[in-house]
Design a protein around this ligand. Structure first.
Ligand code: 3HC
Ligand code: NAI
Length: 685
């Protein structure tokens, strides 16, 4: 097999070049090639300096994640890097693209780093539930100081080359198009010096012993909340602390031990699963990768309400012009007013420059006339959730918008095939189900109708990436993937409070599981009046009564919880009494309900629904369901999504749990797929 690493001589400088597409991951063959390349440079007296660079789109973007969990092969990365650092000849990393993880660790083991201005550098291992395991936690603090290193390692956020140069991570910036030549010239210059800085021996950026405790206490106090539930950030902190307090060789031992612990744990397995799940979700099994895309240069949005405004912002921020249509000018004014405020908020919070926000709003136009949408390439409908209204809108769109344009609906539950039949172009109709707030939430469910064309699907998937969304394909069914699975959870939660649990007990179980909020906190946030018969004021349920009491959720200051002016909720005695009254009315016997039962009754039916979704072909793969719950509902990343979690629990455990409570859930249809998996001891993923 030919090596992915080759060498080229430029007089007295040897350039070691990796070519391992797509991202030059540091697999066994690359590590071997790097080691041999450097050894060849050291053995040859006529070589005065070595440059390490990559072909293709990027410098090494990390260790090869597909190798994790498999028996180690070839030289390890730490030993390869130690050999490089020990070289008496200067080694220069020439960086373009993204030097990430093991890739930045390669660069840190070099004596010098040269980068093009567009390059990014980072240690994102924490996002995989890991920490830099090839000396990164020990070398980075020695180069940039503990505080900056903590920021980069614990949050895994890459920085640009310009900032990297400012903090000393990059020695000099190269020309965007002359990286190799500039790095060779730099290396030749450095070769004149007698010695070269070995990062592991540096101590000049490390803090005094007296300050170390304070730095870590401050960091924890400021950031503790963000790290809650995750193992890796705390392990990263322990390693950086070891870098500050211990000699390098001792620090590396701490790093190795912590790295191995994380690598073997369920959290990292879950987060690595998600890395691939997210990328897999973008692929549609029967739509070829090279399907020609429909160019999307202008987007129309129908409805400037909660969703329409947020959806529009995605396109505007990505530089795509939007025309919004409403029934009345006031609705347009209100909608665009909210959008303007949201952009202002983004600027205030430093998320966006004022110029960018202005440029985005300048791309927005509004209209009351369908004729103004004629030249749109894509129109997304976000009007009231009513089949009649949607059909009317799609009929008008079909009549006014040019042939070949995509017509999408943001419906939460309605049948996209039925909506498509209101047009003469059902092949161009698709669901684009955004999540609220649509300018923030990353998930997009792309609902594939019976007749949706492959190029329409491929276009929408590519477009979603462009506007920063993670898209998952769903089939036409009630609630698609996410809301469909939410419904059995809510149903059981509602029953559990009637049987004796409190909303706060249930929410606590979900929060302890790692969800950002429980079912009742979520109801309060969404508003309890969705579907409430406001006009008749009929009181047929606990929810109706709460609404009639104007306890309609956070927006009215009370729902299941009482809210203060900061929207902080506290349990309500009134609501608890009301629940008991309704339970008595229904004749539901009261009993003590354990947290375990709450988990089994609310989470296991979700997994069961996921299995039904899979067996009906409404999701392409179990990992797509995981992606939906991670990006749409805040399922904790360290639990990998509901189907990955189910795999850890075991299908047999889930099935047994459902059967145990079957008398309380008589309507639950248990999935055959779940039964099969349980019988065969198989996993979903
Ligand atoms: N190992 C194996 N495969 C990788 C990989 C890696 N480190 N990084 C990316 N890939 C694969 C992806 O799975 C994808 O494969 P596919 O085409 O079959 O789906 C392909 O490369 C292209 O990746 P993206 O679609 O993500 O391409 P983008 O251009 O959007 O992004 C990137 C490029 C920014 C490099 C992004 O891929 C990325 O963030 N990669 C992971 C970086 C990372 O986490 N590095 C640390 C690894 S752990 C480590 O280094 C441990 C060490 O400390 C010992
Ligand atoms: P909304 O009530 O805030 O906004 C709807 C807007 O559509 C209103 O401004 C209304 O004036 C306008 N409208 C109604 N009929 C129209 C017509 N015939 N022509 C032009 N404009 C018309 O509703 P919201 O919450 O934005 O929901 C819109 C759609 O998005 C619904 O289908 C809903 O199910 C879906 N959705 C809602 C989510 C949410 O959390 N609110 C989440 C995901 C999807």
């Amino acid at each position: 097999m030919t090596s992915p690493v080759r060498t080229e001589r430029h007089d007295d400088v040897l350039v070691v070049i990796s070519d391992n597409p797509p991202v030059n991951a540091l697999g066994a063959a690359v590590r071997q090639g790097l080691k041999e390349g450097v050894e060849a440079g050291l053995a040859d007296d006529s070589v005065k300096a070595i440059v390490i660079r990559c072909d293709g789109r990027t410098f090494h973007a990390g260790a090869d994640i597909t190798e994790f969990g498999k028996p180690p092969q070839g030289p390890s990365l730490p030993e390869t890097l130690d050999a490089m650092e020990a070289s008496a000849k200067p080694i220069v990393a020439a960086i373009h693209g993204t030097a990430l993880g093991g890739g930045l660790e390669v660069a840190l083991a070099c004596h010098y780093r040269v980068a093009v201005p567009s390059a990014k550098l980072g240690l994102p291992e924490v996002n995989l539930g890991l920490l830099p395991g090839a000396g990164g936690t020990q070398r980075l603090p020695r180069v940039v100081g503990v505080e900056k290193a903590l920021d980069m390692i614990v949050f895994g956020r890459p920085i640009g080359a310009g900032e990297a140069e400012k903090i000393g991570l990059v020695d000099t910036l190269a020309g965007e198009d002359s990286l190799e030549a500039d790095a060779i010239a730099f290396a030749r210059e450095k070769a004149k010096a007698d010695s070269h800085p070995a990062t592991s021996r540096r101590t000049d950026r490390l803090p005094d012993a007296a300050h170390i405790g304070q730095i870590f206490d401050d960091f924890k106090a400021k950031n503790g909340r963000k790290m809650r539930g995750f193992d890796a950030p705390a392990a990263c902190m322990r390693c950086v602390r070891a870098a500050a307090e211990l000699p390098y060789v001792e620090g590396v031992k701490v790093e190795r031990e912590e790295f191995m612990k994380l690598m073997q744990g369920d959290q990292s397995k879950a987060q690595r699963h998600l890395f691939f799940a997210e990328r897999q979700a973008a692929k549609i099994d029967d739509v070829p990768k090279d399907t020609p895309l429909i160019p999307i240069r202008k987007v129309g949005i129908i409805g400037a309400g909660t969703m329409g405004g947020g959806i529009a912002m995605n396109f505007l921020s990505a530089g795509i012009p939007v025309t919004m249509l409403e029934m009345k000018q006031e609705a347009l004014d209100r909608g665009t007013g909210v959008m303007g405020k949201n952009y202002e908020g983004n600027v205030k919070r430093g998320r966006m420059s004022e110029e960018k926000a202005k440029a985005a709003m300048d791309l927005l136009s509004t209209t009351l006339d369908y004729a103004d949408l004629a030249d749109c390439d894509l129109v997304i409908e976000a009007v009231f959730e009513s089949m009649d209204v949607k059909k009317d809108v799609f009929g008008k769109l079909d009549a006014h918008v040019k042939d070949g344009a995509i017509l999408a609906s943001n419906t939460s539950y309605l049948n996209v095939d039925e909506i498509a039949q209101a047009t003469k172009r059902p092949g161009y109709v698709v669901g684009m189900h955004f999540f609220s707030p649509a300018n923030v939430m990353k998930l997009l469910e792309v609902v594939r109708g019976a007749e949706t064309r492959p190029d329409v699907l491929a276009t929408v998937m590519a477009l979603s990436k462009k506007i920063g969304k993670v898209a998952v394909v769903a089939g036409v069914c009630h609630g698609f993937i996410g809301n469909r699975m939410l419904s059995p959870r809510q149903r059981e939660a509602n029953k559990l409070i009637m049987e004796g649990a409190t909303p706060w007990q249930i929410d606590k179980v979900h929060q302890e599981f790692g969800m950002p909020m429980g079912p009742f906190q979520m109801s309060d946030l969404a508003g309890l009046d969705i579907g409430w018969h406001r006009d008749t004021n009929r009181i047929e349920s606990l929810r109706d009564e709460l609404c009639a009491m104007d306890r309609r959720g956070q927006k009215t200051g009370a729902g299941f919880y009482d809210y203060d002016e900061n929207r902080r909720g506290t349990p309500s005695d009134t609501v608890e009494a009301l629940i008991r009254k309704w339970a008595e009315k229904e004749g539901t016997p009261q009993r003590e309900i354990s947290d375990e039962e709450i988990r089994e009754r609310t989470l296991y039916p979700m997994v069961n629904e996921g299995a039904l979704i899979l067996e009906e072909g409404m999701a392409q793969r179990a990992s797509d369901i995981d992606v939906v719950w991670i990006y749409g509902y805040g399922w904790p990343r360290y639990r990998g999504g509901p189907m990955f979690w189910a795999d850890l629990e075991g299908a047999d455990t889930i099935l047994a749990g459902l059967e145990k409570h079957q008398d309380k859930m008589p309507d639950l249809k248990i999935s055959q797929l779940l039964k099969d998996k349980a019988a065969k001891g198989e996993t979903f993923n």
